[in-house]
Design a protein around this ligand. Structure first.
Ligand SMILES: Cc1cc2nc3c(=O)[nH]c(=O)nc-3n(C[C@H](O)[C@H](O)[C@H](O)COP(=O)(O)OP(=O)(O)OC[C@H]3O[C@@H](n4cnc5c(N)ncnc54)[C@H](O)[C@@H]3O)c2cc1C
Length: 385
């Protein structure tokens, strides 16, 4: 079905990644008529590549306290969110309560891990210091050379591919429309407010509210005045997918080491990531990156060398100048943003949807919304209209 029985949507969402789909599902549940325009396949871009860690504590940094606060809030609701989604979609979103071990392989890394421990304790986050023997009791496949480990019991994971498939189904079951292969060419303004979108091919869709959730491409939409645009940039990440022909059980926790991580799916499949590269819109996979990721993983878990490689890919994280996402109303009436989630879009999807839907419904803005206001990037002295 391509429309709401002929009615114009209340809300158009540009982009059917994890963010756009979650916003659309929650908006449809709140009674709004929603259409998502996705130029490719729903969940087919950055969200397809993501590892799916829900790791606000492991990712915590004193320089990004806004991201930490949002991440903790979103993580606390995740269990409920996926349970509700499973019910609504009839599909399993692949949530795994696995916890995380951060590992040091030598004295320098152990020293760095001690500093990480202090920093997290200073922020009152739940982290436990483990001796190598205790870590190896928890994960017998770890190399005997491990020097130190930190246990982060509350950082879990979800399978982003299952999650987006379930979300697309849930949107439609809630009365929303997801149009795949439909690229938005332009946001249409009339009398200085949002009036709808124009698709490539010329079709015009009227809507008084438009949510931009176009991931790393969010800064490239035509039709908006320059001062209403956002400075979103792509941050490349290369990542591998492997499986154990012997079945599940080699690793049960997320393992993090300097420069990477291994995420178990619980069924013998593993994700090994990831690089962080500033290379524009380049998604090539390079020999050097694959080599380094595999080398580090095999050093940490020697049994990893027996795994079979299923996929090597690269995705583009939507980055902002200050590292925090851009969520909520923009500089033009009717324009809303849900983007800039960088390394944490899967984690932040439920909270983002909650904040965007509350703004769409015209509820009074929360303090949280102020900390991620897209208008913080407006160049000083420029009128957005
Ligand atoms: C290697 C890697 C590992 C990661 N690991 C994690 C992790 O463990 N945990 C975590 O929380 N996050 C992780 N992330 C980050 C996460 O993937 C992103 O923050 C998240 O996927 C962003 O979702 P999105 O919906 O904004 O973007 P996308 O998934 O890219 O969705 C945007 C969509 O918009 C569509 N689009 C763009 N322009 C248009 C247009 N004009 N018209 C119609 N459609 C359009 C695109 O086709 C795309 O499908 C990782 C990212 C990478 C690259």
């Amino acid at each position: 079905m391509h429309n709401h029985n002929g009615a114009s949507p209340d809300v158009v969402v540009i982009g059917g990644g994890v963010i756009g789909l979650t916003v659309a599902w929650r908006a449809a549940c709140a009674g709004l008529l929603v259409t998502v325009f996705e130029r490719g396949r729903p969940g087919g871009e950055t969200s397809h590549v993501a590892a799916g860690m829900l790791a606000p504590i492991s990712e915590a940094s004193p320089a990004e306290l806004v991201v930490l606060a949002l991440g903790l809030r979103s993580a606390a609701t995740y269990h409920e969110f996926v349970a509700e989604l499973a019910q609504a979609s009839g599909q399993d979103p692949g949530y795994l309560r696995c916890g995380t071990l951060a590992l040091a392989r030598d004295a320098d890394e152990a020293e760095a891990l001690e500093r990480e421990l202090e920093m997290r304790r200073g922020l009152e986050l739940e982290v436990r210091r483990l001796l190598p023997s205790a870590a190896r009791r928890m994960e017998p496949a770890l190399a005997p050379t491990i020097r130190l480990a930190l246990e982060v019991p509350d950082d879990h994971a979800v399978d982003p591919r299952r999650l987006t498939a379930a979300l697309a189904q849930a949107v439609e079951r809630a009365g929303g429309v997801v149009r795949a292969g439909a690229e938005v060419a332009e946001v249409k303004l009339e009398e200085e407010r949002v009036a709808g979108v124009v698709l490539c091919g010329g079709e015009r869709v009227l809507a008084r509210r438009v949510v931009v959730a176009a991931g790393p491409w969010s800064g490239q939409l035509a039709g908006l005045p320059p001062a209403a645009q956002l400075p979103i940039r792509p941050v490349k990440g290369q990542i591998l997918r492997l499986h154990d022909p012997a079945g599940p059980g080699l690793i049960r926790h997320i393992l993090r080491m300097a420069g990477g991580y291994i995420v178990p799916r619980g069924d013998g499949r593993y994700v090994l990531g990831a690089t962080m590269e500033e290379r524009g819109f380049d998604t090539t996979v390079t020999a050097g990156a694959v080599y380094e990721l595999l080398r580090d993983a095999i050093e940490l878990v020697p049994g990893f060398s027996e795994l079979q490689i299923d996929e090597c890919s690269a995705g583009l994280r939507p980055g902002t100048p200050d590292g925090a996402p851009a969520i909520g109303p923009g500089a033009v009436p009717g324009l809303h943003w849900a983007t800039g989630h960088h390394r944490n879009g899967v984690l932040l999807a439920p909270l983002t949807a909650e904040l965007v839907v509350s703004a769409l419904l015209g509820e009074s803005p929360s303090d949280e919304l102020a900390s991620v206001a897209p208008t913080r990037f407006a160049p000083a002295g420029v009128d957005a209209r």
